[in-house]
Design a binder for this molecule. Sequence first.
Ligand code: UTP
Length: 294
Amino acid sequence: MPKMKKVRKGVIVVAGLGTRFLPATKAMPKEMLPVLDKPVVQYIVEEMVASGIKEIIFVTSSQKRAIEDHFDRDRDFEVFLKERGKFDRIKPLVDLTSDVQFFYTRQSEPLGNGHALLCAKDFIGDEPFAFSDGDSIIDAKVPVVKQLVKMFYSKKAPIIGVQRVEDKEFMTTKGNVFVEKAKEDRCYKVKKFVEKPSVKNVSPHGLIIGGMRYIFTKEIWGYLEKQKKGRGGEVWVADAANAMAKKKPFYAYEYKGEYFDTGNKTALLKATLHFAMKDEQIKKDIKPVLEMYC
Ligand code: UTP
């Protein structure tokens, strides 16, 4: 059997319109909204870098230039901060950007996350790669991409990160994952994905797509190219993955970690509260405020 290529590239799609945050996102990418002191997309880059990803391509649009600036070095600003003894405030970001190379390509129209992913095809080529959207944070001891890469090397087939939930009503609002159990702990072979099924038809294993984390092989390109527009007239990664899972081995891994969507106002607030409560000082300061409102 040929040796499995290493997963060293990642794709993050950030070309969506972010209409749920208008007017905040008129001139600012929604992926740059802060969760405490870091933009959402930085959490995802940190996860990829901590998982061994060496090259990240962002699929962006003309509205998203701030993302490029954020991950670029600004030597004058660094010198300025050093002179004022404030360099430590930016050092983690400087260190992060030294560990990875960034590339950018444009999605000319927001025709869906699948269409956006396809824009990265020439950059990725034949290599296996990690894929994420730009607005889901997963707080985990072991970065989720790393957990998936490990399982990918074992199964030698595409993997999606999934979550197990009990609330069937909640499952009707999510992409459900229908599976059979694989021999490895927390691992399943995917039979199909079904978007927002009725309560009677939710996944019997209680599995949903939790955050968009995949490890794909080059085979995904053919499925994306053939994928017709789906919900909302957009091309969806999950639809292409569904077509692939019906024909080829495709696995789901129930990752260890807590997933936070940040794509709507309540979700972003929840994510912010979660990370705020990890900081003892903020926790102390915010507790009376929360008690006042709740
Ligand atoms: P969403 O489904 O949250 O859509 O995208 P959106 O356009 O960003 O936001 P709303 O619904 O208008 O508020 C999930 C991720 O997929 C990217 C987004 O940038 C986001 O990171 N995306 C979505 C694209 O890159 N291109 C698209 O055509 C659609």
